[in-house]
Design a protein around this ligand. Structure first.
Ligand code: SAM
Length: 276
């Protein structure tokens, strides 16, 4: 940072890794082979980028902060397999990028800017036809949500959305002192192994998520009451909810946070069946 006269911009979530242990845990979790192509989000000062460059066939590193681009170009100048792109990852068309820079499916490896963790994770999930695996440094509490099981306090819409399309592993937790400047929160590394097919077959994914959102909208209520007050069943009989719960084999007095993905899928299907 001194050499290039860089000041960390906290608005861009700039907390640079200064500890090699989490770095090596991320590399190991990514199970890299010399044939792998890797997208790195937010290379910052290039610590992870350089490690990836020595192990992967090709690395595309997407950095939003213009002041870091000449630094990254300088640090990676000896690596013909590293390409630095100045871009906002949320605006990046992954399909186009992959077509022009990669030969096939790729891995995503990143110490994420925490202020956009959820949209980045959702983007990875939406592009699961191109991404095989993602190793991500996130806030510890996000990692807990991603790995939470039904009935646990961290279990929620994010857990369901991600587990539907990925197998999630907690790799390690990392203290604040591993970064400069230290963030306010603790961090963790998670690995998402993307599935081509969802964990459960859904007839209508958008209705499935409407049901999940309605159920988690009022966590303290029973599943029956949350659905009655939150699910917009315009012009339909509220008895449908009781009938669908019964047909799906779900006790109406349970809370939404105790239902598994499979139970939500059954419930959504029964609701739609009773509505039609
Ligand atoms: N990879 C570096 C490391 O581990 O030390 C830096 C990680 S830092 C937590 C997050 C990085 O993401 C920063 O370099 C920041 O400038 C970059 N960033 C923030 N918003 C971004 C966006 N929308 N698109 C791409 N990069 C972004």
């Amino acid at each position: 940072m001194k050499k290039y006269n860089i000041k960390a911009d906290k608005r861009l979530g700039q907390h640079f890794l200064i500890d090699s242990r989490p770095l090596l845990s991320m590399i190991e979790a990514a199970q890299l082979s010399p044939e792998d192509e890797v997208l790195e989000i937010g290379p910052g000062l290039g610590v992870l980028t350089l490690e990836l460059g020595t192990r992967a066939k090709r690395v595309v590193a997407v950095e939003k902060d213009r002041q870091l681009i000449p630094v990254l170009d300088d640090l990676t100048r000896d690596f013909k397999n590293i390409c630095i792109l100045e871009e906002d990852v949320l605006k990046l068309d992954l399909e186009k990028m992959s077509e022009s820079l990669f030969g096939g499916r790729f891995k995503v490896i990143a110490n994420l800017p925490y202020y956009i963790t959820n949209p980045i994770i959702m983007k990875i999930i939406e592009n699961r036809n191109m991404v095989t695996l993602a190793v991500l440094m996130v806030q510890k509490e996000v990692a807990q949500r991603l790995t939470a099981c039904p009935g646990k306090k961290d279990y929620g819409i994010l857990s369901i959305a991600v587990k539907l399309y990925a197998d999630v592993n907690m790799i390690c937790t990392i203290g604040r002192e591993s970064f400069l400047p230290p963030p306010k929160v603790e961090s963790a590394v998670v690995r998402l192994t993307l599935r081509q097919e969802p964990r459960v077959q859904l007839k209508d994914e958008s209705f499935f998520f409407k049901v999940v959102e309605a159920a988690f909208g009022e966590r303290r209520k029973t599943i029956k009451n949350s659905l009655k007050s939150r699910l917009a069943l315009a012009g339909t009989d509220l008895d449908i909810i009781d009938k669908a719960l019964e047909a799906a084999g779900i006790d109406a007095l349970r809370r939404g946070e105790t239902l598994s993905i499979e139970e939500y899928a059954r419930l959504a299907e029964e609701l739609q069946r009773h509505m039609s």
